[in-house]
Design a protein around this ligand. Structure first.
Ligand code: GDD
Ligand code: MG
Length: 316
């Protein structure tokens, strides 16, 4: 049984600028809810009862939203790194706040997936593994951690390489036995991908892969967030979605998986294609936006035409 989880949400989200100037990447809204909330609900559905958010960059943004988890029916606490400790250092630091001592599920904070946590947990237990990595296959593996398999066991792990030997990648969700976490040095920067995995493999630790090729997306840049939003909306059978209290003029066209935030107003004749409109924004008449992000409370003047743009995000 796996009851505890750590969510890695401390990265700078550099590739997500300008959306991440004021909001850490995992708190960016995906169909009106932070990416982190989607992951928390997935973990809860798989039987996880406590989660530690491993935060660093803009750590203050998480607590007011998630509290102690009362609203979400799961115990949530926060491990704050004064300066980023890397993925491995973050795991070691966050684990100290867990009450349980069993295996721990660890999530990258920017992944949307339909993979089966239950089956990953079952595989971990059946194999008697020390660590089990969720793996998926992609066309181009260069931007990811790449593994070579020997049966179900991982034979090699290489983070971001130019000529990957396979197209099977680390999909960013692990199960670690607690004794393995306790061996990660504390208080120093450690990368789980560049240090911990290679060291474990060199030592002959039982590191297994769990391949699941269902839907998977790393929401690493704005284009991926547009895609994730569209995929979620369309998989529910809709063309668009809107938050509470928003209003869309009947002559407006909102499609291709656009999301209109809570309280936002979309004027007559406006066209929104695969765009994300922040809460309380005002979209004037005949505005035409394709693949555009509009910040919360931003007013877009009538007849504005934009493609692939960001409107209203501060540029500090
Ligand atoms: N707390 C904390 N502290 N979190 C961190 C830190 C840190 O110092 N550094 C990164 N993170 C978090 C990020 O917020 C993100 O949720 C997660 O760790 C992974 O970091 P990314 O910056 O998104 O890494 P990536 O996408 O380049 O690569 C990772 O994910 C791929 C799959 O999406 C690696 O794990 C790859 O091996 C993997 O293939
Ligand atoms: Mg990522």
């Amino acid at each position: 049984m796996v009851k505890s989880a750590i969510l890695l949400v401390g990265g700078m989200g550099t590739r997500m600028q300008p959306l991440t100037f004021d909001t850490p990447k995992p708190m960016l809204p995906l169909v009106g809810k932070p990416i982190t909330e989607h992951q928390i609900m997935k973990a809860k559905a798989a039987g996880i009862t406590e989660i530690v958010l491993a935060t660093s960059y803009l750590s203050d943004v998480f607590t007011p939203y998630f509290g102690r988890g009362e609203k979400f029916g799961i115990k949530i606490s926060y491990a704050v790194e004064e300066s980023a400790l890397g993925t491995g250092g973050a795991i070691a630091n966050a684990a100290k706040l867990l009450t349980g001592s069993g295996p721990v599920m660890i999530f990258n904070g920017d992944v949307l997936s339909n993979h089966s946590l239950e089956r990953q947990i079952a595989a971990h237990e059946e194999n008697g593994a020390d660590v089990t990595l969720y793996l998926t296959e992609v066309e181009d593996a260069r931007a990811f951690g790449v593994v070579e398999l020997d049966g179900a066991r991982i034979a090699s792990f290489n983070e971001k390489m130019e000529n990957p030997p396979t197209n099977i990648i680390n999909a960013g969700c692990y199960i670690f036995n607690r004794d393995i976490i306790d061996q990660i040095p504390e208080g120093v920067v450690v990368s789980v991908e560049r240090e911990t995995f290679p060291v474990l493999l060199a030592r002959g630790a039982k590191v297994y892969g769990f391949v699941d090729n269902s839907y998977w997306l790393d929401i690493g840049n704005p284009g991926a967030l547009l895609k994730a939003t569209r995929d979620l909306i369309e998989s529910a059978g809709h063309e668009m979605a809107q938050g509470k209290g928003s209003s869309i003029d009947p002559t407006a066209v909102v499609d291709q998986g656009s999301f209109v935030g809570a309280g936002a107003i979309v004027g007559a004749g406006a066209k929104l294609h695969q765009s994300i409109i922040g809460d309380g924004a005002i979209i004037g008449a005949n505005v035409d936006l394709t693949r555009v992000f509009v910040a919360s409370e931003t007013e877009v003047g009538e007849n504005t035409v934009r493609e692939g743009d960001f409107l209203g995000f501060s540029s500090h």
